[in-house]
Design a protein around this ligand. Structure first.
Ligand code: FAD
Ligand code: NAD
Length: 473
């Protein structure tokens, strides 16, 4: 086995957490290597997550819109046909362009890219089983960063084959539109993928254990509205429902469900079943046992505020440890962890990490929701403004949804912003900035917003929230 020179930083995993840290470390003058076993950089997000799913969401939305929403706009189209293979090709083009871009940035910033699977040999040495039968090499690091990400949580009794019983990875690569699809889990993955395939013609039923869709974090009013609008688009929901068993042996997939509290069983037949009940940290084959590192009951690597494991020069960030499993959260941590290594301090504001669901309309939020504030006994004001009263939404004939702002009843400081509506995912950036700067709703209400834009709904919601009656001149 060969050995590479000792590095200042060795990173295991080339996903968002790993590759951003690698580039930042290279720019900071560290000698850095990044080990990735997938054969491409970018991790889950670029290869099988954020990017391919958004390509399909965008193009399936266009297809659906051309089919159902052109006449009233004065556009008459002829026969509209789906070419799924070409839609998948467009997705692949977006993905490959971006992953190659990271390789370029690695070269530019002197990051050594080691293609293979890394495993701890000892506290400073990682053995790499090189890709494509390249044998083994070892790499030593003064610092080591674990950024090995996450994987889909399987559903007991249903074996994933990525054809009939699929995770999101299979759901972004189906070769034909299933006639019927059952989705287990009405969280973000479930709803984004259900939207894609329903728009392309599939009959989709989403089974959710809880009484609301959207997964943890979504405000209850927003979740209710999202469900209503998705139902209008054709999605079927079974809430407060648990999956009892699944059977994929025969033709298609049978999923037996019953009310969460117990009750009569019902069997759902489908061609394809998507399992989307959450993701879990991934540390398989990493050799944690060789260095005595342990994970918590949910598989997360235990770290302190400086991202250190109990072995101080070994740190962990991204999906493999605590916090929301989001690419931009991983990205913030990458910058902070390199700053800790090079300067001794770093910073991530976990109270201002936005969440976006890229359905149509989009759902986006930042900060706390009403359920959380009520549970914490916080007194708050709520202001809401509907897109049906926003001039730009009206001109776009895209008026569903609202902006909801929550602020502290005493200080008016913004505590949470929850949007369902067109371009919510872009608009939330303003909310994140407001939260980051500790803005009050009055601050936003007194800020000029261009007319006619969707963002005026944001200002209007702030005006409704603000206790200061700014417009009584
Ligand atoms: P990962 O991206 O999982 O990267 C870890 C990498 O480490 C992998 O490439 C893996 O091959 C590699 N690895 C693991 N073990 C080893 C080893 N021993 N040796 C070498 N390499 C190893 N987030 C958003 O913010 N916005 C979205 O729109 C969004 N959409 C998503 C859609 C889907 C379908 C999915 C599944 C996820 C989505 N996410 C989204 C979540 C996002 O993908 C993750 O939060 C993000 O990828 C986490 O980055 P990471 O670097 O921690 O882990
Ligand atoms: P999730 O935690 O968002 O949702 C899982 C849902 O499944 C929950 O609503 C849960 O109540 C339900 N559930 C769990 N077990 C169940 C069961 N046995 N039967 C029925 N329902 C059950 O997880 P996800 O949707 O799988 O997504 C995983 C991660 O990926 C999330 O952290 C998410 O943030 C991230 N992601 C983000 C985006 C985005 O930012 N747009 C897109 C995709 C994925």
């Amino acid at each position: 086995a060969s050995e590479t020179e000792e590095k200042d930083l060795v990173i295991i995993g080339g996903g968002v957490a790993g590759y951003v840290a690698a580039i930042k470390a290279g720019q900071s003058g560290l000698k850095v290597a990044c080990i990735e076993k997938r054969g491409a950089l970018g991790g889950t997000c670029l290869n099988v997550g954020c990017i391919p799913s958004k390509s399909l969401l965008n193009n399936s939305h266009l297809y659906h819109q051309i089919l159902h929403d052109t006449k009233n706009r004065g556009i008459e189209v002829g026969e509209v046909k789906l070419n799924l293979a070409a839609m998948m090709k467009a997705k692949e083009t977006s993905v490959s362009g971006l992953t190659k871009g990271i390789e370029f940035l690695f070269k530019k910033n002197n990051v050594e890219y080691i293609k293979g699977a890394g495993a701890f040999k000892d506290e400073h040495t990682v053995a790499v089983n090189l890709a494509e039968g390249g044998g083994e090499t070892t790499v030593r690091g003064k610092n080591i960063l674990i950024a090995t990400g996450s994987e889909a949580t399987p559903f007991p009794g249903l074996t994933i084959d990525e054809k009939k019983v699929i995770t999101s990875t299979g759901a972004i690569a189906l070769q034909e539109v299933p006639k019927k699809m059952t989705v287990i889990g009405g969280g973000i993955i479930g709803l984004e993928m259900a939207s894609v395939w329903s728009r392309l013609g599939s009959e989709v039923t989403v089974v959710e254990y809880l009484g609301q869709i959207g997964g943890p974090g979504m405000d209850k009013d927003v979740a209710k509205q999202a469900q209503k609008l998705l139902q209008k688009q054709g999605l079927k929901f079974k809430l407060n429902t648990k999956v009892v068993s699944g059977d994929a042996d025969g033709e298609g997939v049978k999923v037996t469900v019953e009310a969460a509290k117990g009750g009569k069983e019902e069997t759902l037949d489908a061609d394809v079943c998507l399992v989307a009940i959450g993701r879990r940290p991934y540390t398989n084959g990493l050799g944690l046992e060789n260095i005595g590192l342990e994970v918590d009951e949910r598989g997360r690597l235990i770290i302190d505020q400086e991202y250190r494991t109990k072995i101080p020069h070994i740190r962990a960030i991204g999906d493999v440890t605590f916090g929301p499993m989001l690419a931009h959260k991983a990205e913030e941590e990458s910058v902070a962890v390199v700053e800790y290594i090079t300067k001794g301090y770093g910073h991530v504001n976990y109270g201002a990490i936005p969440s976006v669901m890229y359905t149509h309309p989009e759902v986006a939020w930042v900060g706390q929701n009403e359920q959380e504030l009520t549970a914490a006994n916080v007194k708050y004001n709520v202001g809401q403004f509907p897109f049906s009263a926003n001039s730009r939404a009206k001109t776009n004939l895209d008026t569903e949804g609202f902006v909801k702002m929550i602020s502290d009843v005493e200080t008016d400081r913004i505590l949470g912003i929850h949007i369902i509506g067109p371009n919510a995912g872009e608009m939330i950036a303003e909310g994140v900035l407001a939260l980051e700067y500790g803005a009050s709703s009055e601050d936003v209400a007194r800020t000029s917003h261009a007319h006619p834009t969707l963002s005026e709904a944001f200002k209007e919601a702030a005006m409704a929230t603000s206790s200061s009656q700014v417009f009584e001149f």
